[in-house]
Design a protein around this ligand. Sequence first.
Ligand code: FAD
Length: 557
Amino acid sequence: MVMQSDKRSKWWGWGAEDEAYHIPDPDRFWKYVRGRIGETRPRPRLASLAEAKLRPSRLSKPDIAALRKISGGEAVSTEAENRAYFSLGKGYTDLLRMRRGEITNPTDAILRPGDEQQVLAVMRLAAERRLAVIPFGGGTSVVGGVEPVGDGATVTLDLAGLDRVLEIDSESATATVQAGVMGPDLERVLKRSGFTLGHFPQSFRYSSVGGWIATRSAGQNSTKYGAIAALVQSVRLAHPEGILSTPNVPAAAAGPDLLQTIVGSEGTLGVITQANVRLSPRPEHRSYKGYLLPSFAAGVQTAREIIQAGIEPAVLRLSDEAETESSLALRAAPRGAAAAAERVGRWYLGRKGLDLESGSIMILGFEGSEGSVRHGGEVAGRILKRHGAASLGSSPGRAWRRSRFAAPHLRDVFLDNGVMVDTLETSTTWANYLTLHAKVRDALRGALGERSVVMAHLSHSYTDGGSIYYTFLAPQDEGGEIEQWQRVKAAATDAIVTGGGALSHHHAIGIEHRRWMPGYLGEEGSRWLSQIKQAIDPAGILNPGKLIPDLEAGPQG
Ligand SMILES: Cc1cc2nc3c(=O)[nH]c(=O)nc-3n(C[C@H](O)[C@H](O)[C@H](O)COP(=O)(O)OP(=O)(O)OC[C@H]3O[C@@H](n4cnc5c(N)ncnc54)[C@H](O)[C@@H]3O)c2cc1C
């Protein structure tokens, strides 16, 4: 059985094996990076994942035979290379370890169920034999969601076999979808019926519907279409006692919403096998434009007013000054006619008191009917003007749309060259937005040291607040890369939790954020969540060590 496929990202990075990030002007790019973080050294990686040394599978022969009986011999693998691939996600420390073959706690087998009954049978067997079960959708978790934790033998459930769109109800604008369907496959099928889910996380190409629901994911267009929590109408969840199927209704006043307890449960309450999702008509028109704001502070106020005006941009992405400066420095230097046009543009901006390098770029995109796109643009245009913004035209919008799934490939370039690179995210109210933005930025800078780049953008807006998404770079601390990352992550997460931010806006909790859960949810909240887990999974076999706070460990783990 070949477990990695063209639907999965390569083991050592992002995208297909032969795909690489195209740096438009490498000299300019590295000059900027070296100027900020100094010299770094290229870092080798294993030539093949088969070189990783793994401990043998801890499953007994009868366990493996019982698993094979459920799904057929072909659908179970204990082969070391597969076990390595399925034991880590796609976060920075996952890739560091994967590239070095350091898979210290590998899963013991991978089973690819072909239907819901097989998922259920695995759950029952696992409960009986005390085997841990980890659902694996696309494996793009950046919080350790698919990594085994603890001493118990573990079975990873590869959901790629549940890959069908079962039904499209055009009248209700919903679709019934199996959990293992990957983003591009889903959109391809929906397109034929004139629909879209409108859910485009940056990991879209390699992530699954079940993974999106299990992590409460948000996509790049969620400001218009809603994040996955709003797009899911109902789910089916397999757990050791049976199948929980939530009602398939648009809205209900029937007690607390069980569906929303499952959304974001990260495999700790069971395996989502199927979902009904809400669709939108494919947009007839799109308008994506760039604007330059005098400052990030002015941009945040503008974003708030746009959202509170009731128009629904598909994308409202506002880079802070540092991100604006980096994105300009990292593009190819304009030449010939483009350089002349840029000189004229800069002169025009200067007359308005704006400067590209010290301003804040906003990408504002509208989608839908011609009328709604025009109306959105007009309302936003008035607000932008009031805050001193200048239009940069549609080329920044086009460029953003063209490259919006490309940035993760750049992470591979940095990893190859000894650069620490990661992202983290939170959300907060508008009233607290700039305070938290500065607090987390300063915490990151403090932990990273002078040789670093810290930048951020607003990517998801709500009437009451917005998300903040940080990207940071620094030279790797050779030999202490994981400890370096842990130090930086802890400083930033402490700042987020004490500063009134969400522990995660869309990356989920997994292993990486779990120790902050008691501090974030408070004692009562943590106890409730732990008790729900205890009631559903008394044996503690469902994705153990993720999400659910460890109450014994105290407020900071
Ligand atoms: C480069 C990159 C960009 C990203 N961009 C975004 C983004 O824009 N927005 C965003 O929200 N996230 C983003 N992420 C994070 C990640 O892609 C999301 O968390 C995504 O929802 C995970 O989907 P997946 O199918 O890969 O799930 P996996 O990584 O396979 O699993 C994630 C978690 O969900 C559990 N799980 C998976 N499937 C099921 C199921 N069927 N039932 C129960 N539990 C299940 C797993 O056990 C694990 O705990 C990004 C990640 C990367 C690497």
